[in-house]
Design a binder for this molecule. Structure first.
Ligand SMILES: Cc1ncc(COP(=O)(O)O)c(C=O)c1O
Length: 461
């Protein structure tokens, strides 16, 4: 049985009406704190973006969210890198609904939709990854990938990179930066090394360019001096997300793959954030023609349905069976339906190309803003994954986190969620299906918001 959603038809201009409504909307309006906010915080703690501005959203359509008082917000964070095809994409919603009415869970038994989904997902990677295991969030995918690497290699230790983020459970938190409240103790066998950062390099050659080889010399020294030499895997984000949208030099990943191969270390790429077309290719590592041993997809993989996938190779099949890789919800029919419909929409609309073209245009516009405002130090990224870094001075590059707070607030006042704020950065991640007209509107709002930042800073200084 070849399972698909080819019969599900929908209007290709499904969110066009909202675009006009947003562009016509009276801007510069402060949203009032809702009664629902009060009720919500009676039963949960304040955190994240609700703490910055407790907005209440009722619906989503394409790149827009409908706020409680019916005004539209343009969401340039795609939730959090999740709704790549836009909020509540009709085909994905329909697929979930079809499956929900038929069968919601039969544990890890096989279903037709699961088989077709795994086949299609594997095909999407040119069958580089022909072994697939499905989960319900990115963190679980990361934890399972580590267990797989240990089972495959018979080794134990794991290396990740400074400023990485791979999840919030204790194992995954051990792969990232520790803080007093967030995984304050690293689990044994987890180690971190620096990775090249084009904007803030540690090791440069005599011409001021990043010297990638120096990083690899250091890794060798580090493995010898700090580990027992029993390294199972190097687990790394292709482009760091929470760490600041940090781009690697082009030679880093090809060299890392060779480095790992030579030392019998598995290369695991965490593509929870960079995968699913976000950077202009289905997998970010396609940009460097590398073939990691294990890769993890999450966030955009089900366009909002909670799901993730660990992709690896059939040559490791037997070792993977030993760890019992299934979970309660992983690979349920609704998730497979969401994943399959998402892949179909990617294919039908050449989403990766849209991601690349939108990103190029957005970056060009953001670079114009960079030339206009002294506190925008860097505009970087690939495809529709872009970060703006704010600095006090473009030469000294001293971080300027106040800009983030004022900018984010001014954008929200104008009904734009500009992205995801982190310390002195905004990580811009619009849905991949937007167009130039929407980008122009967002840039106009950002320009106004940056102007307000400038005025505010002049008052402070
Ligand atoms: C690179 C990366 N890996 C893993 C995770 C964890 O994913 P989840 O929140 O779905 O568990 C995140 C979340 O932001 C992430 O950015």
């Amino acid at each position: 049985m070849n399972y698909n959603y080819k019969n599900v038809k929908y209007d290709q201009n499904w969110y066009e009406g909202e675009t006009y409504r947003f562009q016509d909307q009276v801007l510069n309006k402060k949203n009032s704190v809702s009664a629902l906010t009060e009720r919500a915080f009676n039963h949960t703690s304040r955190h994240g973006r609700t703490d910055i501005q407790p907005l209440v959203f009722l619906e989503g359509k394409g790149p827009f969210l409908v706020e409680e008082n019916e005004s539209l917000f343009l969401d340039f964070g795609s939730g959090i890198y999740v709704t790549n095809l836009g909020h509540s994409h009709p085909k994905v919603a329909e697929a979930v609904s079809i499956e929900a009415k038929k069968l919601m869970n039969c544990h890890d038994y096989i279903t037709p939709v699961k088989v077709s989904y795994m086949e299609k997902l594997s095909e999407k990677t040119d069958n580089i990854f022909d072994n697939i295991h499905l989960y319900d969030n990115g963190t679980t995918g990361v934890e399972i990938a580590i267990k797989m690497a240990r089972a495959i290699t018979g080794k134990n230790e794991i290396i990740s990179c400074f400023s990485d983020h791979h999840g919030k459970t204790l194992g995954s938190a051990s792969l990232g930066r520790l803080s007093k409240f967030n995984g304050s103790t690293r689990m044994p066998g987890y180690y971190m090394v620096p990775r090249p950062n084009l904007y803030r390099p540690i090791w440069e050659d005599k011409n001021g360019f990043i010297d990638t080889d120096k990083y690899f010399d250091f890794y060798d020294m580090f493995i010898k001096e700090s580990t027992t030499g029993d390294v199972a895997a190097f687990l790394v984000e292709p482009i760091q997300g929470w760490g600041g949208g940090i781009m690697p030099p082009d030679d880093f990943f090809p060299k890392l793959q060779k480095f790992c191969e030579k030392r019998n270390i598995l290369l695991i790429t965490d593509e929870v954030l960079t995968g699913c077309g976000r950077t202009g290719k289905w997998m970010c590592t396609e940009h460097w023609n590398i073939e990691p041993d294990i890769s993890i997809l999450g966030k955009g993989i089900g366009n909002g349905f909670p799901m993730s996938a660990v992709l690896t190779k059939n040559k490791f099949k037997d070792e993977i069976s030993k760890i019992g890789p299934s979970t309660t919800f992983g690979g349920n029919p609704m998730a497979c339906g969401a994943g399959l419909a998402t892949l179909e929409v990617h294919e039908e609309n050449n989403i990766e190309k849209q991601s690349e073209e939108n990103g190029l245009y957005l970056k060009k516009c953001l670079n114009e803003l960079k030339n206009k405002y002294h506190f925008i130090g860097d505009v970087r990224g690939m495809g529709s994954m872009i970060a703006l870094e704010f600095v006090k001075d473009k030469k000294t590059k001293v971080p300027f986190s106040q800009v983030t707070d004022i900018f984010y607030d001014e954008c929200l006042k104008r009904n734009l969620i500009p992205g995801i704020p982190v310390i002195n950065l905004i990580r811009i991640a619009p849905p991949l299906i937007i167009n130039k007209s929407i980008i122009d509107t967002a840039i106009k709002i950002m320009d106004e918001a940056f102007y307000e930042v400038k005025i505010n800073l002049e008052k402070i200084v």
